[in-house]
Design a protein around this ligand. Structure first.
Ligand code: HEM
Length: 475
């Protein structure tokens, strides 16, 4: 408590008067960015890359380059100012000082040919009138789906676990990644598009894989894969692949949204003033990129953590069975403090979207815990959440997974510093900010996932390669 209070007071204190020069630098032209790129992707990896520079500059705010860069990303400026503690990172949420136009994955932006030839919601700044229309549309889709959200999820989870159970009949382990993605795709299509993909067999069978390929190709220049080096640098990080390679699958998904989701598309046109194409491609982006992409990263990290710790399972299982009632619901989940805390702690240590960017709208002073820096209009800020969420000035034992960290009064105070949604967990997503509209849906859905699992099974064991190695059914 003492620590958190001191952190929160330091966050609200007026900044010290003296302005510090931002340490670090960009190195020689061409050579500096290449060397930083190789360190980021190959020799160090993103986490060590940022950690080493914090140590070297003795500052959580410094200048550096981030990929993509030379040779074929000539129009991309790799220069950023890293913001790596809770206080400096939180400037990224202040829409008065930060612009979010086309900064979703940095200065590099995937071609709009990946998204129906348009800049979809996540690339729009709050100053663009279209942002508030599309954000309103996304929030409306979530609100309307809330009645079917829980029953649809539970029924898809039942089928998923039955598939996994049957794999155990013939094998001693079962990989859960494909069944999980099929479950997520079916659930999200039903909730967002209002259609069961089973009506379109090709989409039902391959929809999840079409989205995986589309996401992979779009994001490749910015993501470390862990493929054999130097082949990864030469073939996967040196140039952007054309959308043509995945447009067949994308167009089929867009057709599915347009035809099966005609009601939601028409509502986008009628109530939010969008064109038909804008409604279709934004629904598809929210479904495929935001929701499916986010959950596909988040749920495996939940399962991996839960499946490797029997003590956590015991505590959560007791709570789930005591408080779940006859059928799980958002209300019963809200009473499960331990389950929710476990979900928040997973989001803290493994934020599914690790990097956030924002461009200075004007000159302003940026504060870290101990210094103030001058930022010039147009400079790009880059926050790497996995380190920000281990800020020792805010979180006790920051590197440790403490599953009940977010319980009781002290725990709920800490939610102010949980930033996975591009805003505090106590914040309110709106048309005038860039916080994820599913800020509450994501942790509640994850809690349902955990509660459903622990009602169905007494214990689960997972390994690090996405397989379940032991499952004991509830007696
Ligand atoms: C685990 C799941 C999810 C994660 C980790 C996640 C994370 C995020 C993050 C970090 C951002 C801000 C990106 C940035 O500007 O830097 C964001 C924005 C957004 N997310 Fe989510 N999200 C998830 C699920 C969803 C779902 C289910 C929806 C469905 C409506 C959604 C819709 C959006 C939209 C529309 C934006 C853009 C907001 C804006 O432009 O103002 N997300 N999400």
């Amino acid at each position: 408590m003492a620590k958190m209070m001191s952190a929160s007071t330091s966050i609200t204190q007026p900044p010290p008067i003296s302005v510090r020069t931002i340490p670090g630098g960009y190195g020689w032209p061409v050579l500096g960015p290449i060397s930083d790129r190789l360190n980021y992707f190959w020799f160090q990896g993103p986490e060590t890359f940022f950690r080493k520079r914090i140590e070297k500059s003795k500052s959580t705010v410094f200048r550096t380059n981030v990929p993509p860069t030379f040779p074929l990303f000539t129009g991309v400026n790799p220069n950023v100012i890293a913001v790596l503690d809770v206080k400096s990172f939180s400037h990224l949420f202040d829409m008065d000082v930060v612009e979010k136009k086309d900064t979703l994955v940095g200065d590099f932006m995937p071609s709009v040919s990946f998204t129906g030839g348009m800049r979809v919601c996540a690339y729009l700044d709050t100053s663009e009138p279209k942002h508030s229309k599309i954000k309103g549309f996304a929030m409306d889709i979530l609100r309307r789906s809330s009645a079917t959200w829980v029953p649809t999820l539970l029924s898809k989870l039942d089928s998923m676990w039955s598939t996994i159970d049957s794999k155990f009949n013939s094998s001693s382990s079962a990989n859960y990644l494909v069944p999980l993605q099929q479950c997520l795709f079916g659930f999200l299509a039903q909730c967002f598009v209002g259609a069961d993909p089973a009506a379109s067999p090709n989409i039902a069978d391959h929809g999840y894989a079409m989205i995986d390929l589309w996401l992979g190709l779009m994001l490749l220049p910015t993501v470390k894969i862990g493929f054999l080096q130097p082949l990864e640098e030469i073939f996967l990080h040196s140039f952007a692949y054309p959308s043509l390679l995945v447009s067949g699958g994308y167009n089929k998904l867009a057709k599915f949204v347009e035809e099966e989701g005609w009601e939601v598309v028409e509502r986008g046109q009628r109530e939010f003033g969008l064109t038909r194409d804008e409604a279709v491609h934004n629904v598809l982006f929210v479904l495929g990129f935001n929701a499916f992409g986010g959950f596909s990263i988040f749920f495996p990290s939940l399962l991996g953590t839960l499946g490797s710790d029997t003590t956590i399972q015991e505590s959560l299982r007791a709570e789930v069975r005591a408080k779940g009632g006859s059928t799980l619901s958002f209300d019963s989940i809200k009473d499960m403090e331990l389950v929710q805390s476990f979900v928040y702690e997973t989001l803290r240590l493994n934020p599914p979207v690790p990097t956030q960017y924002g461009r200075a709208r004007k000159d302003f002073l940026l504060s870290s815990h101990d210094s103030v820096f001058e930022i010039k209009k147009g400079e790009l800020l880059c926050g790497y959440q996995p380190l920000v969420m281990r800020d020792p000035k805010v979180f006790d034992e920051p590197e440790k997974f403490i599953f009940d960290r977010f319980t009781k009064e002290k725990g709920s105070e800490l939610l102010r510093y949980l930033y996975w949604s591009n805003g505090p967990q106590t914040g309110s997503p709106s048309e005038s900010n860039k916080q994820c509209p599913a800020k509450d849906y994501v942790p509640l859905t994850a809690s349902l996932f955990v509660a459903h699992l622990l009602r169905r099974y007494d214990s689960i064991t997972c390994n690090s390669s996405g397989s379940i190695t032991a499952l004991v059914k509830a007696k």
